[in-house]
Design a protein around this ligand. Structure first.
Ligand code: FE
Length: 208
């Protein structure tokens, strides 16, 4: 199957990419082609306003609202848009649901396709070539390195993100959280649990 990626995503290491971006920004500003304040707004958007808390909100809603979970299963893009999380790299979302005997792991084998509107910008390890290759070859080994050791009878499915489809893992709701509110549940939903390298934090790990 073809793996299509946005042309603006690069396979160079982050350090080189950072340098290129910096050089490009300086040039554009110098030529008067962009307003540095406009760039600051974009960076702020992805660093602060958009971030894993958005995804955590989606997950906590799915855990507490069966009708929302159904909508998320039927059309994740629409269900996420309902919560006002939209934008670049979030146009075609698919939610994959973990269960007692099934664990999902998300990777982009060719570059760093990632659902920005719900998770923010990808962590460096997600873009690294060891993760991109080993997630497919040895997913259980990768999971173990993140401290996630699954029973032998748990099936692991690996999903390759592209510009066509971005995956969000719906982690299992931790035991002992019956009756918890969204506000209590959201802190249990780590970024890594929505990529699938970890599980949601246990109830005992909740911040006081
Ligand atoms: Fe990609």
């Amino acid at each position: 199957m073809a793996h299509d990626h946005h042309g603006d995503e690069m396979t160079e290491p982050p350090s080189e990419m950072a340098l290129r971006v910096q050089a490009l920004e300086s040039l554009l500003v110098e030529k008067g082609l962009v307003d540095p304040k406009a760039l600051d707004v974009i960076v702020d958007r992805y660093e602060n306003r958009v971030g894993p808390r958005n995804g955590a909100h989606v997950v906590a809603r799915a855990w507490t609202d069966p009708a929302y979970l159904e909508r998320l299963r039927a059309d994740a893009t629409a269900a996420i848009t309902e919560l006002d999380y939209t934008g670049r790299q979030g146009e075609h979302m698919v939610v994959v649901e973990n269960g007692p005997k099934l664990h999902h792991l998300v990777v982009c084998t060719l570059c760093s396709c990632y659902p920005w509107p719900v998770l923010g910008l990808p962590p460096a390890w997600y873009k690294s070539s060891p993760y991109r290759s080993r997630a497919v070859i040895d997913p259980r080994g990768v999971l173990a390195e993140f401290g996630t050791v699954l029973d032998e009878d748990v099936e692991v499915k690996v999903w390759d993100s592209t510009s066509e489809v971005r995956f969000l893992v719906l982690p299992e709701r931790p035991e002992g959280t019956e009756g918890w509110t969204m506000e209590q549940l959201i802190p249990l939903v780590s970024r890594n649990s929505m990529i699938g390298v970890e599980k949601a934090r246990p109830a005992s790990g909740a911040a006081a």
